[in-house]
Design a protein around this ligand. Sequence first.
Ligand code: COA
Length: 168
Amino acid sequence: MFMKKHDLVYLTEDASHDAAIDLINEEAFGPGRFARAAARIREQGPHDLSLSFVCADDGETIASVRMTPVLAGSIKGHLLGPLAVRPSHKNRGIGRELVRIAVEAARRKGSQCVILVGDPPYYQPLGFEKVAYGALTFPGPVDFNRVLVVPMTEDVHAGLKGDIHWRA
Ligand SMILES: CC(C)(COP(=O)(O)OP(=O)(O)OC[C@H]1O[C@@H](n2cnc3c(N)ncnc32)[C@H](O)[C@@H]1OP(=O)(O)O)[C@@H](O)C(=O)NCCC(=O)NCCS
């Protein structure tokens, strides 16, 4: 009898994951995904592969998180997203683990914060706090109740004021 071994591994993203990640994001967010405010920032420049991660199950890529370097007001941080887990693998803690790994990697790299646009009930237990309403200006409409941050140095909240955009 052949039994499929259940074997989840977390890997740093590389170019070989591109096609699978595109499919995962298309499945999770649909065709409207490029219109979202965070996507408008991501199209300004490349994400940071060294801070982006996938989860593979028995060699198949089933979840992804990407991180993009941003200047948010005066703060040099990283924008987290998209985060997506294939429906077949939801509710096993994979999303939470990808967020944890990405945030810790950014912290090790000296990032001042990790910022995202997402659901507060999901991200607040993972260390995210609300950014002051309207403090950051995105390159497109955004729901300010969903702009969240993990501050990783002093005075991050005070510095999160002004435009947010991609940085080199
Ligand atoms: C949201 C998503 C990334 C979560 O990944 P996951 O691996 O299933 O999540 P985890 O297993 O780490 O956590 C599951 C828990 O989060 C909860 N959860 C999932 N989505 C949530 C949301 N939008 N708001 C609040 N809680 C949520 C689940 O109910 C579950 O709760 P429980 O632990 O009390 O049962 C995944 O469902 C997904 O890809 N969704 C579509 C894309 C998306 O919305 N991405 C996030 C953009 S902000």
